[in-house]
Write a protein that binds this ligand. Sequence first.
Ligand SMILES: Nc1ncnc2c1ncn2[C@@H]1O[C@H](COP(=O)(O)OP(=O)(O)OP(=O)(O)O)[C@@H](O)[C@H]1O
Length: 253
Amino acid sequence: MISLHQVSKTFVTSNSRFQAVDAVSLDVGAGEIHGIIGSSGAGKSTLLRMINLLERPDEGTVIVDGEDLTSMTAKHLREARRSMGMIFQSFNLVNNRTVSGNVAIPLEMAGIPKKERSERVREYLDFVGIVDKADEYPSRLSGGQQQRVAIARALVSRPKVLLCDEPTSSLDPQTTIGILDVLKHINRTFGVTVVIVTHEMNVVTSMCTTVSVMENGSLIHTFKADKGNTISSEDLSRMTATQTGVKVGETYV
Ligand SMILES: Nc1ncnc2c1ncn2[C@@H]1O[C@H](COP(=O)(O)OP(=O)(O)OP(=O)(O)O)[C@@H](O)[C@H]1O
C-alpha cells in the first residue's frame, strides 16, 4: 500500500543544514498497523509526513496505492491526498467551528453536496462515539473527545491510509486506551492501513503489526509480529533504550 524508496530530507536554515531522513526505504502492506519509533529527533515525524508529501523528499520516491506521489502535478496530488487521513498530537481542530463543522471540512473542500455532507458527518461522529457533541465547539471538549473529532474528520473522506503523529501523547492512560480502540476498530472495520509515530510502549504492543525503528535519520530495524499478533514487548526489549525511544510510564525499555 505504501512504498518509500530511498527517501531523504535535509532541512536548510540560514546558518545550518540538518539531514532529518537519510535514504530510508520502507514498505507497509495494505491493512497493516505500522509503528514508527525511535528517540527524539530521529526523523520519525518527518518520515511520516513524507508519506502524504506534507514534507516533500529531496530524493527518493513515495508510492501510495500504486501511484507515485513524487511525480504528480499539484492538482493530482491534492486528489491523491484525499485517500490519506492524518491526525496529530495537538488535534489541530478549527476552534471557531463546531464539531460537525470541523468534520465537514474535507467534504466541503471536495465539493460534496450539503445533504450528503450532513449524513456523512453524522455517520463518522457516530462511529467515533461523539455524535451527541455535534453542535459543541472544540474548547468545550476533553482531549480524548477532541481527538475523536480529529479522527472523524480524517475518516470522513473514506481514506485508505491513516497517518497518526503521536495521537495519544497528550492524553491520560485511560483516554489513550479508548483512542487506540477506535484506531483498531477503524483498521478492522474499513481495512484502513494505519501508520503511527509513537513513544508509548502500549501503543506498539497493543496494536502494531509491524514496527520500524529510526535512529539519526536512518531506519535501523523493522519488526514483524507473528501472524495475527501484535509486536511483543520482548522483541522491543532487544533494542536499547536510545534506539527505541519507547517508554513505559517514565521508564525506557
Ligand atoms: N521544518 C524544519 N526545519 C528545520 N529542522 C527541522 C524541521 N522539521 C524537523 N526538523 C529537524 O529534523 C530532525 C527530525 O525531526 P522529526 O520531528 O522528524 O523527529 P522526531 O523523531 O519525530 O522527533 P520527536 O520524537 O522529538 O518528535 C530534528 O532535529 C528537527 O529539529
